[in-house]
Design a protein around this ligand. Sequence first.
Ligand SMILES: *Cc1c(COP(=O)(O)O)cnc(C)c1O
Length: 466
Amino acid sequence: MKYKSTRGQVRGISFKDAVMMGLAEDGGLLLPESIPQIDVNELEELAGLAYPELAFRIISRFATDIPADDLKELIDRSYSTFTHPEITPVVHKDGIYILELFHGPTLAFKDIALQLLGNLFEYLLEERGEQMNILGATSGDTGSAAIYGVRGKKNINIFILHPHRKVSPIQELQMTTVTDPNVFNLAIQGTFDDGQSIVKEIFGDLNFKREHALGAVNSINWARVLAQIVYYFYAWGQVSRATGEKEFYFSVPTGNFGDIFAGYIAKRMGLPIRRLILATNANDILSRFITSGDYSISKVNPTLSPSMDIQIASNFERYLFYLYDENPAMVRNIIAAFQDSGALQFPAPLMGRVADEFLATAVDDAHTVDTIREFYNSTGYTLDPHTAVGVRAAQNLNLQDAPVICLATAHPAKFDQAVEQAIGELPQRPESLQGIEEKETRCEVIEASVQAVKDFLIKISENENP
Ligand SMILES: *Cc1c(COP(=O)(O)O)cnc(C)c1O
């Protein structure tokens, strides 16, 4: 399987090179040159497999340049860190199916992709005799999942910037209690936006980037999308075996269009998904796009589901590529128009095609809290605020013609303040969070400037290669 860019100037790239490249060199995003098809017979066969075997069957169709035994071993190792034997179990509550994606080391669905990506990086760097310094900025979730993805790995250092004292206490501790020698938490004296622009500027300094072998783990890496395709198949298998039904809705709480795009690829591979329900919080650029063709940026509103407080959905370009029948010239024009004006209006005929694939709703904080409370009262099950957005979206649409599977993207204990607000008590902590306040931490507080971050990186690499 080869990979090509949405902007048309990069093609014929191997899977391994696609993983190492991240963003395509023409500024676009990488996609497979064709989408493997899974027919009904194979689907039924896959439905009986344990998660790691299923993951191998799906991922090996896309990662054709990694020998089968190596790929199996990488996948097994990636999911051995999960605390649930099924990896992503499905539970049935109050007429809906909840796909629990939060049994990984940082209690959010990003672990599913980043555990695998960390192992892939280590494998590929070893093979190439190279090293990598991962640099990123986080407001919480992605940073901890990335840190756990590469902690203790050979030939990789990771530097994650977070705004000092401005991430939730649990999220901060999930990062700073990782004391492996290759992990560097940098608390910058500034905001999340400062962190992001520092990282962007450093990546823009191509000499510095090359000299220090900088790499990224952001959500545009194809391997992250790929890892997430698997659980759509897994959930389909679980629910179809439990109900005898063969077609489902999936409700997906969305920010970057990453998770839901994986569902879209699963659908294109042949998985019978009636529609994907795109659920946003008050930051509703994506749900406005689906319901009215209006893709116009506004300012970011902080909400109770902070991991979806996003206005620029970095994976959206991948969907546009398919919407425009894989025409890279169209994608280039549309992206350029969006960069100019911050707004796009899609014409009605095209929106008809979007409606064949997606439904969408935005859910505000008040309804998120109500949903956590009502769901708890009727089922005894505690939703985290991101998952509650997806559940509420499904309830609002009131779909009767097929079962709905809602993706549960975080453990409620990770966002315990919102949960407490809804049900009047803190959710029970899973083992990984118990006593986390007492653990040893490691974190460097530094000035929010490009130079301070560069100096830190230089100091570390000089210590390693004196
Ligand atoms: C990242 C994240 C999301 C949004 O996922 P995207 O792939 O960015 O759409 C939803 N919920 C949680 C808990 C997350 O961490």
